[in-house]
Design a protein around this ligand. Sequence first.
Ligand code: ADP
Ligand code: MG
Length: 305
Amino acid sequence: MINNYSNFYTKREKTSTLVKSLQEPESGNINNSNQSRTIVVTSGKGGVGKTTTAANLGMSMARLGYRVALIDADIGLRNLDLLLGLENRILYTAMEVLDGQCRLDQALIRDKRWKNLSLLSISKNRQRYNITRQGMTNLVKSIQDLGYHFILIDCPAGIDVGFVNAIAPAKEALILTTPEITAIRDADRVAGLLEANEIYNVKLIVNRVRPDMIKSNDMMSVRDVQEMLGIPLLGAIPEDSHVIISTNRGEPLVVKKRLTLSGIAFENAARRLVGKQDYLIDLETPYKGIFKRAQDFFFGSEDVD
Ligand code: ADP
Ligand code: MG
């Protein structure tokens, strides 16, 4: 049974915003191009989908016409470049920028498909570099000055010094979890840490959802997870083997011509994140309805000016 976790979470105030978040689309649209939003993608448990989410949300927002910079802050274990198929194009990283060996724009690698999407890696693989909180903040400030609308920071695993430094410049956070009790407990811990660091604008993405398992009462529903954490829900992403295929191809799901359910769900989350008036896709409704809605996303292209 999956409904026995009600006493699990105690410390943080539960806002119980599920019904609200299901009914009311997200707000927070960028109205003027001088404003920039810096959002850190976090989780407590590793391997729950931070990098996958950063790549897909970044690509989706770029497709909507925003200028997006992705920062791979997973120092020593970077892989956002692989998901975007940009691994051969990284000559410089933030390390060289901070050491004065290159300009910032040389380290910001432009995506091949969408030139308004850029990737900055903090360090090369197997290279250790202890970027400070101040270093991260300076870096983000410089990227904002280049006119980016969104800066998404892909956090390292864990909640040690790498995490603390990576969240320094962010005003907003996304917390990723899967519908498993271990991941949810760790997500709750991260929520507390974000709050302690004065990041109050936090939204939840539940990844690797299996509607069939929810139906047979073998997995917590998205609603269960949201209620436990008490964080407004931005999106729910289904378990989908296409995620692995897209990782291996270096091609985010959201660029595919033939839609997959996970691609649609990421697109939906991205649209809600930028403030478009989209309702949350309910993974537990029949697929037919979801594909019907997906058509609205892709045939009503709305760009920012
Ligand atoms: P993190 O950055 O949090 O460590 P990743 O984004 O690297 O997590 O994802 C970890 C693994 O899980 C990857 O192999 C990825 O392909 C897989 N994965 C993530 N989301 C999904 C999903 N919705 N369906 C199937 N596999 C997924
Ligand atoms: Mg990662």
